[in-house]
Ligand binder design. Sequence first.
Ligand code: HMG
Ligand code: MG
Length: 312
Amino acid sequence: MRLPLPQVEPDAGLPSSVTIYEVGPRDGLQNESTVVPAEVKAEFVRRLAAAGLSTVETTSFVDPRWVPQLADAAEVLALLGDDGLGPRRPVLVPNERGLDRALEAGVGAVAIFGSATETFAQRNLNRTVEESVAMFRAVVDRSRSAGLWVRAYVSMCFGDPWEGPVPVSQVVDVCRRLMDLGCDQLSLGDTIGVGTTGHVHRLLAALDGAGIGPDRVGVHFHDTYGQALANTMAALRDGVTVVDASTGGLGGCPYAKSATGNLATEDLVWALDGAGVETGVDLDALVATSAWMAQQLGRPSPSNVVRALTGG
Ligand code: HMG
Ligand code: MG
């Protein structure tokens, strides 16, 4: 039976097309305690691409002692092979050691990941904010020389579980410093999912005022408090056209207490399909991929759309 699709009623306040930056294989899997075999990870990436996701963040070249689940980064890339999609498969890289490993594996795009707060910089990178910017400088310089596309994440943009509220000016300052290193795109992380729509508008306006327009910004909402889709729609109304999402709503950061799954890609695609926004993603194929991955992980997907469409 064909799955139901939303009735299309164009929403004039939204962009005509959106790029979904899929983070399931990286953000989604990094939090899983049961080790997923490299072949399953590679198959997940292949299926996502086949469902129409043009950008799939594939893995992470961090210290494997910090994130054992992604210790097989090079193996996953080797399984995917040299199919020309490298530039569409960014990988996380924290430092030069990670970049060496990533270059050896033949990557085409990398993402550094900073923090708006000192506590999370320490917990996630074992560095102060200042020290982490210095660490990233060499990574970005060398990545650019190697012709790689570079993304800069900033975590804890909407609140921090240890420090509480995070001033917008503090977030903008870190974003500016990372973008000044020469990154192509910024991703605003609501790592613990506490943001709300007014906060999104305020941060995007402040970034624009600091010379970082919405054309260079992606949004990365975790869904801990059920706000991820509302916050995404708010950002799209402000001109953002890149949205991070994780198939099946998997995800979280092992170093951020109370970080749960990302915005589920299926929920985002349902909303954008209904509003007449082009994503290039085939919802049927995506839901089938999600159901397959949930089977591999041995538990149902937390995505509302997957549950509704699969009766799971
Ligand atoms: P450190 O312990 O300070 O590292 O960790 P170090 O530079 O002192 O090196 C210590 C040892 O680790 C050395 O080995 C290095 O070679 C090795 P030894 O000489 O002792 O044998 N090492 C590495 N090995 C392999 N690959 C590497 C690497 N680096 C060092 N890349 C470090 C510092 C940054 C490495 C560590 O803190 C780390 O790996 N952190 C990553 C944590 C992480 O992956 N968190 C999740 C991703 S971020 C996230 O999810 C948020 C996001 O989704 C946005 C949002 O939601 O907000 C992006
Ligand atoms: Mg994240």
